[in-house]
Write a protein that binds this ligand. Structure first.
Ligand code: CAA
Length: 379
């Protein structure tokens, strides 16, 4: 595999890095403490073309490849993983799903503004009783003339209180189990649709997560996405790409942890010299750097396969499984190297650990990634 980046890919990476450092970093700590959504930043990301990176220009996107998306996601998440997930959900789960499976009318009405960052999207699969066991959908959609009537509850929805458009999975034929699930496009103002209170989370606190309630929510029949009964396949296919985005987010957190650990260990003196000169610290740094590099290669491999239109689901699962663990381990080691200073907000690394944890949970837990990988090995 050739990972010599093109000039365009390097330019995207640099743009993301500069934007993250100048526009995102100054407010990251305060937004984390207050749990504040970064409205202005998301608007600017839209203007940069970062909210619809892989969408073709015909539908308002930047027309970039998945490698560029990974490079940008890493740089943004390195500075603020909350901004990373907001961007990732809009790009991978919402825009990609609409471009791949939407009708031209749906693309004109929803994809264009979503890709331009004029609207924000969310993806609603999880339910109170359908997290990892995602086929166990209880939200129901019944036909009523020109409408579908949705009833049910969705949980843990990223961009939940702030999105304009939601891609919602619901049972249209319970007897058919997962083959009776369909996907719908729901606007925030549709009657019968309500958003719950923002969750008070351990990490990625500046992104917003909430439940969604549907009580006889009327969805026009033209808002059915792809075909009736294809909603579960839609969700799985979309999540495969999403997992590359989350792997890149985890990579950003891991890289940030490594850089913080290097910086601190060169400054901090103990036993008469910078702790970077102690082998105990050097071994930690070496292990962290090696794991970060391996996570990066796995993530780029999955992105490269996707760009070549080859099967990438297993490689995406491997990338997410590995990169999320590396993010946890690197954040943990960064705190250990900082000692007591790592345990307080001032040195940032405590946030890296809080932010890292979710990468092992959303868009399929690490256990689900192992299922995807193992099933492929024994099929
Ligand atoms: N890619 C494509 N298709 C897949 C797939 C994958 N990775 N995994 C499963 N499928 C397909 C299967 O091929 C099958 O399709 P057909 O019946 O048409 O052949 C269908 O899905 C059902 O699969 P199984 O029969 O294997 O069903 P299962 O119940 O044994 O396993 C599962 C399904 C893999 C566990 C699935 O439920 C799953 O992935 N669960 C995790 C759900 C998840 O990732 N949720 C994330 C929520 S969204 C989120 O977090 C976004 C956010 O806000 C940040």
């Amino acid at each position: 595999m050739n990972f010599t980046f093109t000039e365009e890919q390097l330019m995207i990476k640099q743009t993301a890095k500069e934007f993250a450092e100048s526009e995102i970093a100054p407010s990251t700590v305060e937004r984390d403490i207050k749990g504040e959504f970064p409205y202005d930043i998301v608007k600017k990301l839209g203007e940069l073309g970062f909210m619809g990176m892989m969408v073709s220009p015909e539908w308002g996107g930047a027309g970039l490849d998945t490698i560029s998306y990974v490079l940008a996601m890493e740089e943004i998440s390195k500075v603020d993983a909350s901004v990373g997930v907001i961007m990732s959900v809009n790009n991978s789960l919402v825009c990609w799903g609409l471009e791949e499976y939407g009708t031209p009318e749906q693309k004109e009405k929803y994809l264009k503004p979503l890709a331009q960052g004029k609207m924000l999207g969310a993806f609603a699969l999880s339910e109170p009783e359908a997290g990892s066991d995602a086929t166990n959908q209880h939200t129901i959609a019944e036909k009523d003339g020109d409408y579908w009537i949705l009833n049910g509850t969705k949980n843990w929805i990223t961009n939940g209180t702030t999105a304009d458009v939601y891609l919602v999975m619901a049972q249209t034929n319970r007897q058919l189990r997962h083959k009776g699930i369909s996907a719908f496009i729901v606007e925030k103002d549709f009657p019968g649709f309500e958003r719950g209170k923002k969750e008070d989370k351990l990490g990625i606190r500046s992104s917003d997560t909430c439940s969604l309630m549907f009580s006889n929510c009327r969805v026009p029949k033209e808002n059915l996405l792809w075909e009736e009964g294809k909603g579960f396949n839609f969700a799985m296919n979309t999540l495969n790409g999403g997992r590359i985005g989350i792997a890149a987010q985890a990579l950003g957190i891991a890289q940030a942890s490594l850089e913080a650990a290097i910086k601190y260990s060169k400054e901090r003196k103990a036993f008469g010299k910078p702790i970077a000169e102690l082998q105990a610290i050097q071994f930690k740094l070496a292990d962290m750097a090696t794991k970060v590099e391996a996570a990066r290669l796995l993530t780029l491999q999955a992105a490269s396969l996707k760009d070549q239109q080859k099967d990438f689901a297993v490689q995406a699962a491997m990338a997410k499984l590995f990169a999320s663990r590396v993010a946890m381990e690197c954040a943990d080691e960064a705190i250990q190297i900082h000692g007591g200073y790592g345990y307080v907000r001032e040195y940032l690394v405590e946030r890296y650990l809080r932010d890292a944890k979710i990468t092992e949970i959303y868009e399929g837990t690490s256990e689900i990634q192992r299922i995807v990988i193992a099933r492929n090995l024994i099929k």
